[in-house]
Ligand binder design. Structure first.
Ligand SMILES: NC(=O)c1ccc[n+]([C@@H]2O[C@H](COP(=O)([O-])OP(=O)(O)OC[C@H]3O[C@@H](n4cnc5c(N)ncnc54)[C@H](OP(=O)(O)O)[C@@H]3O)[C@@H](O)[C@H]2O)c1
Length: 341
């Protein structure tokens, strides 16, 4: 059977482990799967396979490498893989804003895949994805004038360390029946259990790196380089799935009923919008699922179109989108296996 020889770099991480599940669920035609991580994990077994330490030779013979590593690791190793003729889909932020690297959500801008001169395709930030999937069809219909978005981001967005810190603090809190007074890990500067932290990522002047990424990535994917976007990113003590409250102003008229109709037929979107019956998107609803759930669609009192969206940060925000990128490239004739297995 002809298949792709696939490497997952960062296979031991939160996104890497989800990647393994998504590849299997979607029966991606992989004739070989190499699980790659840091030398710390070398020799460990995951899913019945031995973890290989990253090295130049580990990329030899691969068709595709999916990177699920910190930015600095991707910066070092993505060019090494690409130089060996391996097509790279990178989940880190290292190459997202490079002009010669397409930043793609297939439902939003699949055509951008046609121009990947370095053989590198970037996957957007998980909060960006939760906003872009529903916002793109509205933008295509009515033209965005400005966007305001506030996120509610789960701890798995900070990787395995984020999940570990929340569980550790919850254990302490349950034993003492008090909120923790010190962080129970090194993922967040303050306790996250029973808390909300309005700072995600590193400091960038008066913004955070997460906020600047979301704005810049939305502008790139929506092909709207001057779109004014105001973002506040907030970490909340949920395990998986991010929520985002979005308020948007459009150039052409777009009322809530028309927006709802557009969203109901938008790929990747499930509308859950009946406030009076208690139906609206929740993190639990999105956890482990593929869709971006959208509800609370309304005209706000400032005259903007508002909605709330949730999506699984490890799936549509990372692993699922990466696999959908590969599937789309295959469908568009942009990716073939180098050899038959
Ligand atoms: N979590 C999310 O929701 C999400 C969503 C979208 C994008 N992303 C991005 O995806 C990437 C991975 O995130 P994550 O949440 O999965 O992080 P994570 O749980 O901390 O996992 C990091 C992975 O990178 C590997 N790694 C670290 N240093 C390495 C090195 N020097 N050489 C090779 N491998 C190394 C780790 O391997 P060891 O186990 O051997 O240390 C681990 O497999 C990040 O760039 C993140 O920003 C994350």
């Amino acid at each position: 059977m002809t298949g792709f020889r696939v490497g997952i770099v960062g296979a031991t991480g939160a996104v890497g482990r989800e990647m393994l599940r998504v590849l299997a669920e979607r029966a991606f035609p992989a004739s070989e799967l190499r699980l790659i991580a840091s030398p710390r994990s070398a020799g460990m077994r995951l899913d019945g396979r031995e973890i290989m330490p990253v090295s130049p030779a580990v990329f030899d013979g691969l068709d595709v490498a999916i990177f699920d590593t910190p930015d600095e690791v991707a910066e070092q190793w993505v060019p090494v893989a690409a130089a060996r003729g391996v097509v790279v889909v990178d989940n880190s932020a290292a190459f997202r804003m490079a002009p010669d690297v397409p930043l793609v959500i297939p439902e939003v801008n699949a055509e951008a895949l046609r121009s990947a001169p370095r053989g590198i395709i970037a996957n957007p930030n998980c909060t960006t994805a939760t906003i872009a999937v529903p916002l793109a069809p509205l933008h295509r219909s009515a033209g965005l004038r400005r966007v305001i978005a506030c996120s509610y981001q789960s701890v798995s967005g900070a990787g395995q360390r984020g999940v570990a810190q929340l569980w550790s603090e919850l254990d302490t809190a349950v034993a003492s029946r008090r909120p923790p007074d010190a962080p129970g890990g090194d993922a967040f500067a303050h306790p996250i259990a029973f808390n909300i932290l309005p700072a995600v990522g590193s400091v960038r002047g008066s913004h955070t790196s997460e906020e600047t990424k979301v704005a810049a990535e939305l502008r790139k994917m929506l092909d709207a380089p001057r779109l004014p976007i105001g973002v506040t990113c907030v970490r909340v003590p949920t395990l998986t799935a991010h929520g985002v409250a979005v308020h948007a102003e459009f150039v052409r008229p777009l009322d809530a009923a028309s927006a709802k109709a557009l969203l109901e037929s938008a790929p990747g979107v499930v509308v859950v919008d009946a406030l009076a019956e208690g139906a609206y998107p929740t993190a639990h609803q999105a956890m482990g699922k593929d869709a971006c759930y959208v509800g609370r669609i309304r005209q706000d009192e400032a005259g903007l179109l508002a909605f709330f969206a949730t999506a699984d940060n490890l799936r549509k925000g990372a692993a699922l989108n990466a696999v959908q990128i590969l599937e789309t490239m295959v469908r568009m004739g942009l990716l073939q296996p180098k050899v038959s297995a």
